[in-house]
Design a protein around this ligand. Structure first.
Ligand code: TYM
Length: 327
């Protein structure tokens, strides 16, 4: 069966290491396989489901396209587009809302978390968030979705929508699965929870310099450097996870041995880690600088991507409308 991939990132700010390791690295791996059709979008419509600034949204959605390109996503091999430019996403999500119950949507942990975070913004858009995401995926009949583990409940909704639509209307939606990377859960720098754009102090941006990375790492909690691996505080475990992700498993094992022996000198560890992270980000930052001086190229990528995406999306939407008696 032909494999099709779709993924997206909201336009809420500069990308961080969590987005890069959990999502973009998976996108890059899948783009490598020329037998797979890859669609990568900026989920700018999803961005309006929580409070946002209009001017920042305008800027950020373009920035995500630039980050995609800087990381190595290639418009010759992948369709890169802005979700809002392909109206079919919104139309299909409304059709999908006819097969899902309110109760199912209200029970999603991701919905509950967002309501807790923004108690004054428990909107219909937020409740419908996962249906819009199901629409993003199923419009392209994607069967693989490279995203971090936090998105699993949303992928489950997409599978459920696919099943319900296929049963009720005889559509042929695949049941999509998550494509996981080694960095499917990148922890926060603050010792608990995940790295997140909305939590200042939790993240390292893809555009940070080595000095900025070191500053951010310095603020990460540690202990006195010695002890038993079993009782190691979460914050230290997280730092060692970063060591593993950027300097390899052997380096992590070295530090673990130090922890149980002479002790870790966190000042040195953090300097070394900052250098490894900066080395990985350097080519991305160089490419970003090149892209920034060529706005016309970015405009072209965005315009071409929308046309390519829409050609596929409109076919699927027509099929669905036909089967639902709306053709
Ligand atoms: P968003 O914008 O919150 O995050 C974008 C991607 O980054 C991943 N991610 C992480 N991965 C590992 N560790 C972390 N700390 C971390 N933080 C973020 C997310 O899992 C995600 O892959 N709902 C999506 C956007 C979306 C989408 C889609 C994704 C809209 N439509 C269709 C796939 C397919 C979201 O909010 O991502």
């Amino acid at each position: 069966m032909k494999q099709t991939v779709l993924s997206g990132i909201r336009a809420t700010g500069r990308l961080h290491l969590g987005n890069y390791l959990g999502a973009v690295k998976g996108m890059l791996a899948l783009q490598e396989d020329s037998t797979i059709d890859t669609f990568f979008m900026v989920a700018d419509v999803h961005t309006i489901t929580t409070p946002y600034d209009i001017d920042e949204l305008k800027l950020n959605r373009r920035e995500v396209i630039i980050d995609y390109l800087a990381a190595g996503l290639d418009p010759e091999r992948s369709t890169l587009f802005l979700q809002s430019m392909v109206g079919e996403h919104l139309e299909l999500s409304f059709l999908f809302s006819s097969v899902m119950s309110i109760a199912r949507m209200q029970h999603l942990p991701t919905f509950k978390d967002k309501v807790k975070q923004y108690p004054d913004h428990a909107t219909m858009a937020l409740l419908n968030y996962p249906l819009l995401m199901a629409s993003d995926i199923l419009l392209y009949k994607a069967n693989l979705v490279p995203v971090g583990i936090d998105q699993e409940p949303h992928i489950e909704i997409a599978r459920q929508v696919a099943r319900k639509m296929n049963e009720a209307y005889g559509t042929d939606f695949p049941e999509p699965t998550r494509f996981a990377t080694k960095g499917e859960y990148v922890p926060s720098l603050q010792g608990s929870g995940k790295m997140s754009k909305s939590v200042a102090g939790s993240f390292i941006s893809l555009t940070d310099s080595e000095a900025e990375i070191l500053e951010r790492l310095k603020a990460a909690p540690t202990d006195d450097g010695k002890g038993n691996l079993q009782t190691m505080p979460q914050g230290v475990k997280n730092i060692l996870q970063f060591v593993e992700l950027f300097s390899g498993a052997e380096k992590r094992a070295e530090y673990e041995a130090q922890y149980e022996g002479a002790g870790i000198r966190y000042g040195d560890l953090k300097k070394e880690l900052a250098a490894s992270i900066a080395a990985e980000l350097k080519p991305l930052q160089a490419k970003r600088a090149e892209l920034m001086v060529n706005p016309k190229y970015i405009d072209d990528v965005i315009a071409t991507g929308a046309t390519k995406a829409q050609a596929v999306a409109s076919r699927t939407l027509d099929e669905v409308k036909e089967k639902m008696g709306l053709g």
